[in-house]
Ligand binder design. Structure first.
Ligand code: GLN
Length: 201
């Protein structure tokens, strides 16, 4: 961190889902974390995590608390965002299985609950590539996870597991289809924190 700068402030969208585990990880990495429950709180944060949970419920709550358009604008303005699992579904341009509305901020198509009922949760080992030439083997926990079934040309694949891209980035939008906040290690969160620090200059 640059001297004289305050600690980066990361918001965790706290309407539903496992935001608490993200908060613990980010605090351990040296960020201040705000549980975001009101649109006005977007003013005070440098980046936002949209956690896993149930995307249909998250959509409903975002409508009730009138988050949809303000959040779309806030992310559209270039603020870094990190969506995991249901958060990925919310950020995608297109959602299948069944189709549902989304914020449309990363050019991917995701299929919900794509790993089927028999294996709706599983743990795997996958690779994460934070910089070209570096490859980290990490534990990846998938819970009724979506699968990225299409990626636009602007989208970078940063991680994979069993042949699927599971971490992807388009500019300031980072997504993971698994739950990095539940696995051992925190390299994906470190990567996002670096995006936040870079973006605030
Ligand atoms: N299956 C959930 C959905 O479709 C996502 C699950 C998760 O976030 N762990 O919204």
């Amino acid at each position: 961190m640059t001297e004289g700068k305050t600690r980066p402030v990361v918001g965790a969208l706290a309407l539903q889902g496992d935001f608490a585990a993200h908060t613990a990880t980010m605090e351990r990495l040296g960020a201040d974390v705000v549980s975001v429950r009101k649109v006005a709180q977007l003013e005070g944060i440098d980046g936002l995590i949209i956690p896993g949970g149930e995307s249909t419920t998250l959509i409903r709550l975002m409508e009730v608390f009138e988050f949809w358009e303000p959040l779309q604008r806030w992310i559209g303005d270039g603020h870094p965002v990190f969506g995991t699992c249901a958060g990925t579904i919310l950020l995608a341009n297109e959602v299948l299985g069944p189709t549902q509305k989304s914020l449309g901020l990363i050019d991917i198509t995701v299929e919900r609950n794509s790993y089927g009922r028999q294996v709706d949760s599983f743990e795997g080992t996958g690779s994460f590539r934070p910089t070209p030439g570096r490859e980290d083997e990490i534990e990846m926990i998938f819970i009724r996870a979506p699968r990225i079934v299409r990626m636009g040309a602007q989208v970078e694949a940063l991680g994979d597991c069993n042949g699927d891209t599971v971490v992807a980035r388009q500019e300031h939008v980072l997504v993971a289809t698994f739950h990095p906040e539940l696995g051992a290690g925190s390299t994906v969160h470190e990567y996002f924190l670096q995006m936040v620090i870079t973006a605030r200059g």
